[in-house]
Design a protein around this ligand. Structure first.
Ligand SMILES: O=C1O[C@H](COP(=O)(O)O)[C@@H](O)[C@H](O)[C@H]1O
Length: 258
């Protein structure tokens, strides 16, 4: 399914700082609304520059305590399969940007396993363990094997990758598993863990973040309706909403009619 099939919204902010601040406000509102509606909220985090800038903007927001942090489940869309606390792990960077500063319930922080510890060097076993944790959270009556996340955040690489789903990579073709080990990734480190397209598409809302001129080609390519194997960013969508959050530089190669 191409994301274009479900419709999408595109919002363009002036620059990366405005993008981060406006998206932080939007995220806090979305999570507060979810908690008001069903008691808890869930978010799937992304790594990368824009994802980390968003988390830092949430940390700096005067509104950050509009949500009950103890009733928020956090998951990750992908992880660099590196030892615990490695500075390049998405989890480490998220902790530095936000997580260490807010009163989260540790039992609700669902970190993808590191490359040391119980799954040493075995990305497939680590992916399976995370899939089991997701299925448990989805519950026995769920139609999907992952929760219906309230919001799932994705950065976009200059090559159009999202999470750790890279163009033409076999992980993109996965239709059964919800989490996979990714081997031979073109961006370091080569071994990663990633949600698959079916798991991403189970989210109620999927938000794609891109800022900067180096993302302009990827954004234009994905929004032009490219095939999902060529442009993974074109393949993602939420069950209720797909929202592209850009700055002017990342949007600079979109046709005026977009
Ligand atoms: O390695 C990764 O990169 C992408 C994009 O990062 P960016 O710095 O180019 O914005 C990110 O979405 C992903 O989570 C991360 O593992």
């Amino acid at each position: 399914m191409n994301a274009a099939a479900t419709g999408r919204d595109i919002l363009i902010h002036r620059d990366k700082d405005e993008l981060a601040q406006a998206t932080a406000a939007r995220l806090l509102t979305r999570l507060a609304d979810a908690q008001a509606a069903h008691g808890t909220a869930s978010a799937v985090l992304t790594g990368g520059r824009n994802g980390n800038a968003l988390l830092a903007a949430v940390a700096a927001s005067g509104d950050r305590d509009r949500i009950d942090w103890s009733r928020l489940d956090l998951w990750w869309g992908d992880e660099r399969f590196l030892p615990e606390n490695d500075p390049e792990r998405n989890h480490t960077q998220a902790r530095e940007a936000l997580l260490d500063a807010v009163p989260l319930d540790p039992a609700r922080i669902h970190v993808m396993p590191p490359s040391d510890g119980p799954y040493t060097g075995d990305a497939e076993a680590a992916a399976e363990a995370y899939a089991t944790e997701l299925a448990a959270a989805a519950g026995p009556d769920a139609t999907e094997r992952v929760p219906a996340f309230d919001v799932l955040l994705l950065g976009i690489g200059p090559d159009t990758h999202v999470a750790s789903l890279f163009p033409e990579h076999p992980a993109l073709r996965e239709t059964e598993r919800t989490v996979v080990g990714v081997h031979g990734a073109p961006k370091p480190p080569p071994t990663r863990l990633s949600l698959t397209l079916p798991a991403i598409r189970a989210a109620r809302e999927v938000w794609l973040l891109a800022a900067g001129e180096d993302k302009a080609g990827a954004v234009a390519c994905a929004l032009a309706g490219s095939g999902e194997l060529q442009a993974p960013a074109a393949a993602v969508c939420g069950s209720s909403r797909t929202l592209w959050l850009l700055d002017e530089a990342a949007a600079s190669r979109l046709p005026a009619t977009t």
